[in-house]
Design a protein around this ligand. Sequence first.
Ligand code: PLP
Length: 389
Amino acid sequence: MAEQNSFETEAIRTQIERSQFLEHSNPLYLTSSFVFEDAEDMRASFAEEKQRNIYSRFTNPNTSEFIEKLCKMEGAEGGYAFASGMSAVFSTFAALLNSGDHIVSSRSVFGSTHGLFTKFLPKWNITTSYFKVNECHNIESLIQPNTKILYAESPTNPAVDILDLELLNTIAKKHDLLLVIDNCFATPYLQKPIQFGADLVIHSATKLIDGQGRVLGGATVGKAELIREIYLFSRNTGPSLSPFNAWVLSKSLETLAVRVEKHCQNALIIAEFLENHKQVEKVKYPFLRSHPQYEIARKQMKLGGNVVAFEINGGLNAGEKFLNRIKLLSLSANLGDTRTIVTHPASTTHSKLSEEDRLETGITDGLVRISVGLEHSDDIINDLNQALN
Ligand SMILES: *Cc1c(COP(=O)(O)O)cnc(C)c1O
């Protein structure tokens, strides 16, 4: 890779070639296809003898700019942009796995990813075994001769547990597995899994990358030869990111560093406030000393992220009551927005799980998840405080 400027500069200055109008800000290319000079140009383009845009299901200047930026920020050789985080997750597995293959995954993965593993991939005879986040020593016992991928998220949703990326990589390399990490909660500003040996990194760009609750998007970045397969799958099946959303997300990356920095500052203030509140039994935030994987978080993350989980005194009832008393903050399913969002997983997003499954992923009855936004921390605290008291 060519020599790079710093993270913030690449995020701002990576730009597709300017058009004849020499626009300063990046233009939006709303076009489904591109024209050819002549028959030879068209033939050579389809034969991939030239790198150029053919059709926006394959590539488009806006999606290329977005993914090039993200690759520089993650330190990846290549990448492909998707319509959502889930289309990135699905396309990655679908492109790289064959019928009969096996995945070893952390049990604490995004709900729809878990749905993909349990309900859909088995249709193609692709099976998954799970390890608990705090039992990484069990991973090797789950590996089979047909295991191809080791998959994890860190920090996890909604319990903000931390998995040791270096350890995962050691296990993956020893058993010749691809290490695939969903880096959505951390963003490349806080954590770069490729530096720890990950082969591929997946993002839901819908969360902190957009950061303003506007558009859906996703991406997979990493080793060029793997990305090539993912590109070919996607080119044929059509889960690609729209040019408009790519344009929005490319702009969003320009401010990722300052936004995430402030999100994390706010989150730490909120975590410390909660830790001292008498209605709160326990707080989990990666950069609080009380977090069970504090040392690992410090090793692999620049700051603690924007999600704080806490245990409210009084369980399920207290959790629902707390939500009903919230005034300023939002009750919503999104996260990583400028607006602080509060959820109570046991009564909402994870209510369909059995109690045993919930507890296994750290979702106790009184667990509340806060995606801390960019409002003034005093105002966030005031709302939390009046709802808790
Ligand atoms: C939201 C999320 C996804 C899915 O992303 P969408 O853009 O909603 O499809 C995947 N992984 C994690 C960790 C997420 O938080």
